[in-house]
Write a protein of this length. Structure first.
Length: 372
């Protein structure tokens, strides 16, 4: 994803576009069936990896991803290794607080969470430990993992501009910086400054343009908001669809999830939207990760590392990324039909450690700008 290009400045997100001779309709593919295709054929042919040492082994996983979006892979891991995975799911902030409260007595071996900002917070709080693994370093580009080995990206998501084609000409769109222009006054929907996705976006702008210029930009963006920030990324997309604003800033996997939903209340608003990849003539569109880390308190470190390595093999990457509507972090893995329809794009190759390092500055800047 270091230098991907899309052919057109705007890509329409029409559900009917996801049916083709090359790609079956994504919404019709069940996760269990997809697991059978991508993992069953490729992994079932391999000899069992379980050993007498693994018998009775276990690994405890705290996951900010919902059970349905990770459990099939964990079951496959257990089948292959004999290592039982005990899964606890929850919100990212709640899991971090739980790890802090439990301290050295925490049963957690692996933390799986979203956004490099959260992964950096876990590291800074002393909740993770460094890991040396040739398998991890060879599978994941350097800018998508911690330089001290404390965390590694498992999948990628972009945060582009999502707009209503009936009200926005894509020729009007260009960069994140341009969203502060007065032509967008009262036309933008974006969620709260308390959201780590927005904090990381602002951190990337601080790195690119400096703090002063980014604060000026943030004040302009606030002036251009169509309404006070409220709700999540899906709510911004829905608000644009019903005319509360003309464009939204949201992560790609939310739009992908809405387009593939069986619920018309989710799918129909998404079908009205199109994606624009900003900053294609410069640094590229902002991207982030969901990722994993071995906890500082891990009692089963070897099994923990083995699990993370498993989640990075090509077959797991294909399933995990498609199930979550995200881009694989490992190069050369096929993306889902939905994402393929959005075309190639140039991604910002900023080292994602920087997003965590600049998080504090980003939060203070957003507060000064009046971003609620």
């Amino acid at each position: 994803m270091d230098d991907l290009r899309m052919p057109d400045p705007g890509v329409r997100a029409d559900a009917g576009d996801y049916c083709s001779d090359r790609h079956p309709r994504w919404a019709a593919i069940s996760l269990s069936a997809l697991l059978g295709v991508t993992l069953g054929a490729a992994l079932g042919a391999k000899t069992a990896m379980a050993t007498s040492e693994d018998a009775g082994a276990e690994v405890n996983l705290y996951s900010a991803r919902k059970e349905a979006l990770i459990k099939p892979l964990l079951d496959r891991f257990s089948e292959q290794t004999g290592i039982e995975v005990n899964l606890v799911t929850g919100k990212a902030d709640a899991l971090l607080q739980r790890l802090k409260s439990e301290g050295a007595k925490s049963p957690a071996d692996v933390l799986l969470t979203v956004d490099a900002g959260n992964l950096h917070r876990a590291k800074e709080a002393g909740l993770t430990q460094g890991v040396e693994s040739a398998t991890i370093t060879s599978a994941v580009p350097e800018n998508y993992r911690d330089s001290d080995g404390h965390w590694v990206g498992l999948s990628l998501r972009a945060r582009p501009i999502i707009y209503v084609p009936e009200r926005v000409d894509p020729s009007e769109l260009s960069t994140y910086e341009d969203l502060a222009d007065s032509k967008w006054k009262k036309r933008i929907c974006i969620r709260s400054s308390s959201n780590v996705y927005n904090q990381s976006l602002v951190a990337s702008l601080i790195f690119a343009n400096g703090e002063e210029a980014t604060e000026t930009w943030a004040k302009g963006l606030v002036e251009n908001m169509a309404r006070p920030p409220m709700g999540g990324d899906r709510d911004q997309i829905k608000a644009a669809a019903v005319g509360e604003c003309d464009l939204a800033i949201a992560n790609t996997y939310y739009l992908a999830g809405m387009l593939t939903s069986d619920d018309p209340a989710e799918r129909e608003p998404a079908e009205q939207m199109a994606i624009f990849w900003p900053n294609q003539d410069g640094r590229g569109a902002h991207v982030n990760v969901s990722g994993a880390a071995v906890t500082a308190a891990a009692k089963n470190k070897e099994a923990a590392v083995q699990l993370i390595e498993f989640l990075l093999n090509p077959e797991s990457q294909a399933w995990y990324a498609q199930a979550n509507g995200e881009y694989p972090v490992r190069e050369g893995v096929e993306i889902s039909p939905v994402l393929a329809e959005w075309g190639e794009f140039k991604a910002d190759d900023l080292n994602l450690e920087t997003l965590g390092e600049l998080n504090g500055e980003a939060v203070l800047l957003m507060d000064r700008a009046g971003w609620k």
